[in-house]
Ligand binder design. Sequence first.
Ligand code: GYE
Length: 344
Amino acid sequence: MQGMRWLGSIKRRGWLSIWLLFAVILMGGCAGGSPAEGEMEGETVPDDNLIVVGVSQIGSESVWRTANTASIQRVFTKENGYFLIFKNARQKQENQIKALRSFISQRVDYIAFSPITERGWDTVLLEAKEAGIPVILIDRKVKVRDDSLYVAWIGPDFVNEGRLAGEALEECLKRQGRQEESIHIVVLQGTEGSTSAIGRSRGFLSVAEEHKNWNILEQVDAEFTTAKGQEEMERLLRKYENIDVLISQNDDMTFGALEAIRKSGKKAGEDGDIIVISFDAVKNALKLVEEGSITADVECNPNQGEYVAEVIRRMENHENVAKLNFVEEQVFTAENVRERLEEE
Ligand code: GYE
């Protein structure tokens, strides 16, 4: 059985070489056919011993996403025994589905992808399963009728992240002696239907429900981008005069929102007008934690490439693979941020 799987894999790799050779010949005839930045396709015909991994990334919407992509590209190199076919879906699920189908027709050994939203994957994942290609989910999850359509998921505990943000707000209000005061909160959410937005919202709400004096004025989708974060925060500041707290589900939206707050003449920070709590903990945001305009930043670890490689290594050795694999993270405040900044 094990031998068969291995033979099957060699066979698949052999087919892939032929397919790629064909693709390279075809591409040679196409003008302007060079792959977009960060993509590697039909580069060279891989050596048959390399493990071929097709990765479909959501896009490049955030600094976090760029770090996540880099961690994947760092691990899946020829030196490490892999041939990576990387595709950037530019924020469109239909592009991800197309990428997955192209990986299936190329008979890659493994597919890894970060699903933009949770729904809509049953058909394509069934196609992968029928082709015998194991699928590994990175960062976000899928909601499918049959969980055997993917072998493993690697990512953060988003509900816990949301809860940590709620607890950071509790502590901040305690420091300010405002536990009884009526607190008005706005939430900038990430991409609607994504695991990260769903989990962070759910976790934060579970803490908010325990405080009758916390009033959520509005929760709005700002798509995890700086531009949308700024636009929505400007709108919210025009609509509500009394915003005490901003919960922003990633640092990029926070950067935009801070600009909106600054332009409105208000001051962000525990000693200012609006308490800001963010997620991801990218370097430039951590500098703002130190400087005080962000009160707490809940880390989301983007370095998931190593974990995916470990799942693949285990599968190649026919070892058991855990279905859910959580990455570790922590919360940064003015108290502990210096140490992390010095590490980078
Ligand atoms: O927080 C955000 C990104 O799903 C964890 O997606 C991810 C989120 C991350 O674009 O910056």
